[in-house]
Design a protein. Structure first.
Length: 230
């Protein structure tokens, strides 16, 4: 049995995520602050869902002004920090969605972390994150056919794969520590709030770990900020 305080804390953290999600959802679709890059609407919603109110502040500082920029004739140059926030949030959204999709799928096929190797779950999380990144670029990008697939794969490989990998490495490190040190027996499972609370903490760790990577990419003058056509 998990401690009552941990279950309560897990529910509280998940509730904060849902409230943060509702705040950004209302601001985007009810108040009409739509993003010029449409996939960023999904990115910000996913980011606040796992980071919580701190990500709402990031959205207010760096995401919401992008919606207002559509109404200006000239868009001001974004500061470096805003570009880093956007890039890490986008890669983090891929990782968060990949984590949810893979873990639910593994649970459905009765994957048991007490018996099966953890790397199976990690491989599923990583592959799901990369696949979602490619799908985001495919459906948001121009063109059609094989050329569009190639552009999506190339964009993820050049711009997002490194940040996704660092993000996932931090997530997996935290999940491994949680499994072996905090919940070795019985392990937490996706049908408990504690599992998703631990996932939140791991995703936040990934967000922090990926920040220096994104900053380094900008230092190399790699264009990592999304445009309206991708």
């Amino acid at each position: 049995m998990q401690p009552t305080w941990l279950v309560a804390l897990s529910w509280a953290s998940l509730t904060v995520g849902v409230v943060s999600f509702a705040i950004v959802l209302a601001d985007t679709y009810l108040r009409g602050h739509r993003q010029p890059v449409k996939v960023m609407e999904v990115v910000w919603l996913v980011t606040v869902l796992y980071v919580g109110l701190a990500a709402v502040r990031l959205y207010w500082n760096w995401g919401r002004p992008e919606a207002f920029s559509q109404r200006r004739e000239e868009q001001p140059r974004r500061p470096r920090r805003g570009i880093v926030v956007t890039h890490v949030s986008r890669c983090g959204a891929h990782c968060a969605l990949g984590f949810v999709v893979a873990e639910v799928a593994l649970f459905a096929v009765r994957f048991d972390p007490a018996k099966d190797p953890l790397w199976v779950g990690y491989a599923g999380d990583y592959l799901a994150a990369v696949t979602i990144a490619v799908l985001f670029r495919y459906f948001a990008g121009p063109g059609r056919g094989l050329a569009k697939v190639g552009n999506a794969l190339s964009g993820v490989g050049r711009i997002e794969l490194l940040t996704i990998t660092v993000f996932e490495a931090a997530l997996f490190a935290w999940l491994t520590v949680a499994h072996h040190m905090f919940f070795p027996e019985p392990p937490v499972r996706p049908d408990t709030p504690t599992f998703w609370f631990l996932g939140q903490l791991g995703l936040i760790a990934g967000f922090v770990a990926a920040w220096p990577t994104a900053s380094w990419q900008i230092g190399r003058r790699l264009r990592i900020e999304p445009r309206p056509d991708e």
